[in-house]
Design a protein around this ligand. Structure first.
Ligand code: GLY
Length: 372
């Protein structure tokens, strides 16, 4: 069992990482409670797999749980589901001192966290992330919110830090290989953006972790969370350094929009992996890093049997002009300037607004042409 502290003063909290945390949930959560009653939000898929284990864990400390199971999928991050959830929490008489538990992936964590942020002007919440992506990224750092149908993803929300995160690495065993590898896109991102030793470790050990080795999985989640916790502690509201966590994301958001957010074609973490490969290729083309760096990134992603190129996205894609337009709609645009995360080498990324758009355009044209 590993614990990473997110140092945020009065709002500091622990991320506990290891197997069997669902069974220990009662003992871990009870110190937070004023009364032994919690509200659990989950989705139908995760609920069917893990809700009973959570209930049993809570029952060891006589904590009763009232539970709402929402439909699985990105469309749950919406105004109608937020309204349904908040009204349910009020009907269940969840009070200012109670705790809401989010049991699920990024969608449930973001939605339940936002509901907790606005319910009675803010109640505490606990994240129990069940996907690799949620364990290494979305459950840590307090970004919560929903999507706008008109304007795009994650445009409505609040910073609201959880009081505790329980990342049960045992539940990763129920993920499909594709979902696990999509989450791995965010893991590799941490090595690429700030820790070349971790990247080297991943080159050697990530296949073992993907095959189910628990010690390797715990280390991989722990190192990712440590990196995210450090960045969040230094820059909670993304005034500067936190933007590094968006390595590969400006490309990714364009590809997600271009594929209509259709998970059958492209999952977020897959887009992040392709985006990271492109960010390194762009860095090399701009003379910021040697050509060996993007080659090494791509080789590792290939070794992991991940999507690496635009050719790995099935079906039609728009042309380079349209993709560039979609990149310009990214919410990270500041004063109309596209911000990129580029790198001097693996483990040394930086934020810049000074990227010639014709270089990005050429990169996209070449990437699209390589699809044949
Ligand atoms: N997922 C990026 C962040 O939390 O800042």
């Amino acid at each position: 069992m590993e614990t990473v502290r997110v140092e945020l003063g009065a709002r500091a909290y622990d991320v506990v990482i290891g197997p069997d945390l669902l069974a220990q949930s009662g003992a871990r959560i009870v110190p937070l409670l004023k009364r032994r009653r919690v509200a659990v939000v989950t989705d139908e898929t995760v609920g069917a797999l893990h809700l009973e284990a959570l209930r049993a864990g809570l029952a060891t400390e006589d904590i009763s749980a009232t539970c709402l199971s929402l439909p699985a999928g990105e469309s749950t991050k919406s105004w109608p589901c937020l309204e349904r959830l908040v009204e349910w929490l009020l009907a269940e008489r969840i009070e200012r001192n109670d705790v809401v538990i989010a049991l699920g992936g990024g969608v449930i964590g973001d939605l339940a966290g936002f509901a907790a942020a606005i319910l009675r002007r803010g109640v505490r919440f606990v994240q129990i992330p069940t996907s690799l992506l949620a364990q290494v990224d979305s459950s840590v750092g307090g970004k919560t919110g929903i999507n706008s149908v008109q304007a795009g993803k994650n445009l409505i929300g609040a910073f609201h830090q959880p009081s505790l995160v329980l990342a049960d690495t045992g539940v990763l065993g129920t993920l499909t290989e594709r979902d696990y590898l999509a989450g791995y896109g965010e893991v590799v991102k941490y090595g690429l953006l700030g820790d070349h030793v971790f990247f080297q470790w991943l080159e050697k050990n990530a296949s073992r972790a993907a095959a189910g080795d628990m010690a390797a999985r715990v280390h991989l989640v722990k190192r990712s969370v440590e990196m995210k916790a450090g960045i969040v502690a230094r820059d909670e509201t993304e005034q500067g350094e936190r933007a590094l966590l968006n390595l590969g994301h400006t490309f990714c958001h364009a590809f997600e929009a271009a594929t209509g957010y259709d998970g059958a074609r492209l999952l977020h973490g897959e887009g992040v992996a392709i985006g990271c490969a492109l960010a390194f290729e762009l860095s090399a083309r701009l003379g910021l890093c040697s050509q060996e760096e993007p080659s090494r990134v791509r080789a590792h992603l290939r070794d992991m049997k991940m999507k690496v190129d635009l050719a790995d996205i099935k079906g039609d894609l728009p042309d380079a002009d349209a993709l560039l337009q979609l990149m310009a709609q990214d919410k990270k645009v500041v004063d109309g300037q596209l911000r990129f995360i580029l790198a001097h080498r693996i483990g040394a990324a930086f934020v810049t607004s000074e990227v010639p758009l014709d270089a990005v355009h050429r990169l996209l044209v070449d990437a699209l042409n390589a699809r044949g």
